[in-house]
Design a protein. Structure first.
Length: 188
């Protein structure tokens, strides 16, 4: 948490004010359970997408807590305890993971949306779509499944029911459309 605290402490006020939230994926490759804790609004959005996601009382013991202490919403995705947590075995693949995260961040930086929409659930029909950076759908998955590729973006997927699609189309900000593989988006 020292790194997240140092990061938040050095944020310019205008940058902090523009942050919509912090999504903390900590120890997510451990098992098949998934629980979330953190800012009520973000927890409710996640659980609205998948009511099967558990909820835990957030102790503030991870990086999202630094953001929340400064008024930036945060949510902590957690799959349970890793047997090697904070033990020498915990570092076995750390360098490879760090390389992949940095690589992913660099490759996605140019494609990141410049106009950030508000973090709101746009319909009760929503799910998440996992999409590779080339914008071809990989698979539609729920939050409780593990990602199997590192070159992905997460976005709200259009629901299948026509009534839900119409509500999502009306609610979706146009600024998000350019990064979407959805048919009908023409503002690229």
């Amino acid at each position: 948490m020292r790194g997240s605290r140092a990061f938040v402490d050095t944020l310019e006020p205008a940058v902090a004010d523009g942050m919509k939230g912090m999504l903390n994926f900590d120890m997510v490759g451990v098992n098949n359970s998934l629980a979330v804790g953190g800012s009520e609004k973000l927890v409710d959005i996640v659980r609205g997408i998948d009511p099967g996601v558990g909820r835990f009382d957030d102790s503030g013991s991870s990086d999202h807590a630094s953001f929340m202490s400064e008024g930036i919403p945060g949510v902590f995705f957690w799959r349970g305890f890793e047997p090697n947590y904070h033990l020498p075995g915990d570092l076995k693949t750390a360098s490879q993971l760090i390389d992949e995260v940095v690589d992913l961040g660099i490759k996605n930086r140019a494609e990141a949306p410049r106009d950030q929409p508000e973090l709101n659930q746009i319909s009760d029909c929503s799910s998440l779509r996992v999409t590779p950076t080339n914008q071809q759908p990989l698979a539609q998955k729920r939050l409780d499944h593990t990602l199997e590729t590192r070159h992905v973006t997460l976005q709200v997927a259009p629901p299948r029911a026509a009534s839900c699609r119409a509500r999502v189309a009306r609610a979706r900000p146009r600024s998000v459309c350019h990064a979407s593989p959805w048919r009908g988006c023409t503002d690229r």
